[in-house]
Design a binder for this molecule. Structure first.
Ligand code: BGC
Length: 870
């Protein structure tokens, strides 16, 4: 490990000094292409370019064009291309790329070097595609499992998140590609993401939410920051001078490009003065129309506009983009080297949460048949939805991974076990009247978003399926055709219109009992809701609480009125759909039969790009039918192993005691199924640790009561303050199901010989880690600091260091973890600085946040206690 660190340090140094002196380390390109510090010469060059630009040209320049900073051929400026992000290069043209384990999985590896390798791999893929800016990493803190984008982020702890952020950006930028750390900041949920106002107190901001961004700027020297959609403490981030100017630029010294999230700018003048450099994806607000008069009237100075252009061009100069072609022809479009990195990221991300009776790893000699079931078993689900939906060249599903593992030693059977939502929708039969109507539902389409006036069209359709809307109703309705003619088309050619739709039908329940109803909503911009017998049962109208919600209801026999409503901003159809099934029928009879006969059953459940995605949150409960599937499999086969694909915790209370083994697999990228199969059969010993606490029930989460705004307010009050994640569970004395930092291995480890040495306001913590079992494996040594003497209330403990240690059976390694002076500090709001209160600090070392094995202490003396530097 020591050598690893030296290696990393040396590489960083090479990246920053260039390759002249150390040619050998620079690989095939013969030249380090990471960013270099700004120089006088660069400044002079850039100012020379700015001097040649007209004010109009400069204003145009700070509005993007799709996924690029525009080219200015007259001045020889190329376009600077961008790509999502964050776990592969996501081309808008749909060209695939290597897809790595998504953020939360990468955080679960607790492997900084791996984060750096992933960053570098993506950087190389970006270079092969001529991309200058990668739109990642996403580093927003995990407050609640409901956030639809947790899968992109690095979990609940700011120290772990900062470490992964630093590694990822360092690796990427070394390849000459700017990372874009996002979403700055307070963007910790996806409902109402354009309008919600995150109300966060200063200490919480500093100690929790700003940390990964601060690391990105100060440690990794990130080239770009993306301002998020939401407001924080009353102002939209794209016009929030406090965060953009005071904190990022002045305090942290950020000298890169501050760009907006896509359509996250709401006021051109305010954004211009609020330190936004680049409006994406186009200058909808920061444009000539708003800024020319503003410059003329003195509301915005021309120097302010110049500074934005300067930031963009200086970043380009520092990364060498003004002097080289960003497309690196020495790198293959499919860089096979990266496949190994993608596989490693998936392998190390898997967290083994439960393994009763050592049911895992499966023994090939005794396991002759494995049944794999569930929606995530096949095809593979490499990543969640939204802009992070990278398209891999290939994906190894769990079914394929298991098949490859078993080889000729046994057979792998597959059955999905539960219907797809589309199947459910098609199989759900409605009638237009409680009795005597015709088959189907009535669809009414309104030319507004509030169902006012008479519908433009009314028709009978077979199912509640938004996609069926266009063809059937447009052609039938002259009023709709008229609406279509009158509406604007946006750049994509989509017809933009205000449309509200209502489906009304009757579902005839054959026999009283429990029924599952599942809804697919359209997420942001397309709210939906469902009523049963005029009672609202699923409500994603003002807050998209879950993109794919479901409910279980007791229904009496006979007809029940079902109404689904949605609104659309376009005449493109939309995703809204709804299906109903009797609870006892949701799991197929066939799969139950098969389960009873197999030697083991692997249930691969969780979410996918339709149910966990940006633009809306997700359910805490697994998607419809999945808990029932686990229950049915566990009833049929004692060796039922559950693997969950998700961006965070899920409700498990219903089934956790019925199954002997449980693995959190996150979104494993293209190699996810292979890695999971290797873990199941013991070819890989799991070493992942939870980057977020897994609560026993939803209400236990420290944000549960204040996750949503109250009433009509847009304010999301972060009332839990610094007590987010394990800090909150410990503070509230709530025992989680699985604590932060937890994860099992197929071997056992022991920590011993703790020694702590203070060095001013810093300390070194050293100890031994021994593999006491019979298999090689890796353990994460987690170092927590506690402070019970400070004047302010502090968390019971906070992660301040960690080291991943790989050990052969019986092997012991001595580990040293350096704690910087931020390790002992809290943010003093009155003094506006980090503060260490001298005295004795507890040092706790172990393999999770709960009950660390080693306990020691360190005295930080008054002389040393004024620091707190990062
Ligand atoms: C997302 C960003 C993404 C951008 C471009 C936005 O909707 O919030 O994370 O980078 O789109 O695709």
């Amino acid at each position: 490990m020591g050598m690893g660190r030296i290696g990393v340090g040396l590489r960083r140094w090479v990246a920053s000094v260039g390759c002249v002196a150390v040619l050998l380390l620079c690989g095939a390109r013969g030249q380090a292409e990471g960013p270099v510090p700004e120089t006088e010469a660069m400044r002079a060059r850039v100012d020379g370019i700015i001097a040649k630009m007209t004010l109009e040209e400069k204003i145009d320049y700070i509005g993007g064009t799709g996924f690029a900073v525009r080219a200015v051929p007259r001045l020889g400026l190329p376009a600077f291309e961008m790509s999502d992000g964050p776990f592969g290069t996501r081309s808008n043209a749909g060209f695939p790329s290597t897809t790595y384990a998504a953020g939360i999985g990468l955080a679960a590896t607790w492997n900084r070097e791996l984060a750096e390798k992933v960053g570098a791999g993506i950087g190389r893929d970006a270079r092969a595609r001529g991309v200058h800016y990668m739109l990642g990493p996403g580093v927003n803190i995990y407050r609640s499992p409901r956030n639809g984008r947790n899968f992109e982020y690095f979990g609940e702890d700011p120290f772990l998140s900062a470490a992964m952020t630093t590694g990822y950006i360092t690796g990427m930028q070394r390849e000459g590609v700017s990372a874009t750390v996002k979403h700055f900041m307070g963007n910790n949920s996806e409902f109402l993401r354009h309008d919600s106002d995150s109300v966060i107190d200063e200490r919480t901001l500093r100690e929790i939410y700003l940390q990964p961004f601060e690391a990105a700027v100060r440690r990794a020297h990130v080239g770009a920051i993306m301002d998020s959609y939401n407001l924080t403490n009353g102002l939209h981030m794209t016009q929030n001078g406090y965060f953009n100017t005071e904190v990022a630029r002045k305090e942290w010294g950020f000298n890169g490009v501050m760009m907006s999230d896509w359509d996250a700018t709401y006021d051109g003048v305010a954004a211009a003065n609020g330190a936004l450099d680049l409006e994406m994806p186009r200058g909808r607000y920061m444009n000539q129309k708003s800024l020319l008069p503003a410059v003329k009237s003195g509301q915005v100075s021309e120097a302010t506009i110049d500074e934005k252009v300067r930031r963009i061009l200086l970043t380009a100069a520092r990364f060498g983009w003004l002097d080289r072609d960003q497309r690196d022809s020495t790198i293959s479009a499919y860089d096979a080297k990266n496949e190994a990195v993608a596989l490693q990221s998936a392998r190390e991300s898997m967290v083994l949460l439960k393994n009763e009776g050592g049911v895992l790893p499966l023994d090939k000699a005794r396991t002759k048949s494995v049944l794999v079931v569930g929606p995530d078993a096949y095809p593979g689900v490499p990543v969640g939805g939204g802009s992070a939906g990278v398209r891999p060249f290939h994906t190894v599903s769990l079914l394929e991974g298991l098949g490859a593992q078993m080889g000729s030693s046994g057979a792998v059977y597959y059955e999905r076990g539960v219907p797809t939502l589309m199947q459910l929708v098609r199989e759900t039969e409605f009638t237009t009247e409680p009795s005597g109507g015709q088959p189907g539902v009535k669809l009414e389409v309104f030319g507004n978003r509030d169902f006012s006036g008479a519908p433009l069209a009314s028709t009978i359709v077979r199912s509640i399926d938004g996609m069926a809307f266009n063809e059937e109703s447009l052609s039938a309705s002259p009023a709709l055709a008229e609406l279509r003619r009158n509406q604007r088309a946006d750049g994509s050619g989509r017809i933009i219109a205000d449309v509200a739709r209502r489906w009304t039908g009757y579902y005839v329940v054959p026999a009283a009992g429990r029924y599952l109803m599942a809804l697919q909503g359209g997420g942001e911009g397309s709210p939906s809701r469902a009523f049963v017998d005029d009672k609202l049962v699923m409500d994603d109208w003002t807050l998209v609480r879950a993109i794919q919600p479901h409910v279980t209801m007791e229904l009496t026999a006979g007809p029940h009125k079902i109404v689904v409503e949605d609104t659309q901003r376009s005449l493109a159809g939309g995703r809204t759909k709804l299906g109903i099934v009797a609870e006892e029928k949701v799991v197929s009879a066939k799969v139950k039969e098969m389960a009873a006969k197999a030697d083991a059953v692997i249930v691969s459940v969780g979410y996918d790009s339709d149910s966990e995605s940006e633009g809306g949150d997700r359910t805490f409960e697994l998607p419809f039918g999945q808990a029932e599937l686990i229950g049915a499999m566990a009833a049929a086969n004692k060796k039922t192993i559950v693997a969950v694909t998700s961006g965070g915790n899920v409700a498990s209370a219903e089934w956790i005691d019925k199954v002997p083994a449980y693995i959190e697999a996150w979104y494993g990228g293209q190699e996810g199924g292979k890695a999971l199969a290797e873990v199941l059969f013991g070819e890989v010993n799991p070493s992942g640790k939870l980057p977020a606490t897994f609560e026993a029930k939803a209400e236990d989460n420290p944000t549960f009561a204040n996750y949503y705004p109250q009433g009509d307010s847009i304010k999301v009050d972060y009332k839990e303050g610094i007590f987010v994640g394990y800090r909150g569970y410990e503070h509230n004395h709530v025992k989680p199901l699985y604590p932060f930092g937890y994860g099992l291995s197929y071997t056992t480890f022991k920590f011993s010989k703790l020694a702590v040495a203070a060095d001013g306001a810093k300390a070194t913590v050293s100890f031994d880690v021994t593999n006491t079992g019979k298999r090689a494996g890796a353990e994460v040594a987690e170092v927590y600091v506690s402070d019970d003497h400070a004047k302010v209330t502090r968390p019971a403990k906070e992660l301040r260091g960690f080291e991943k240690v790989t050990l052969a059976p019986g092997e012991t390694k001595h580990v040293s973890v350096a704690l910087d002076d931020r390790a002992f500090a809290y943010y003093d709001v009155d003094a506006k600085t980090w503060k260490i209160e001298p005295g004795r600090f507890g040092i706790l070392v172990g393999d999770s946040s709960e009950a660390p094995e080693l306990k020691g202490s360190v005295d930080i003396s008054p002389a040393a206690a004024s620091a707190g530097a990062f």
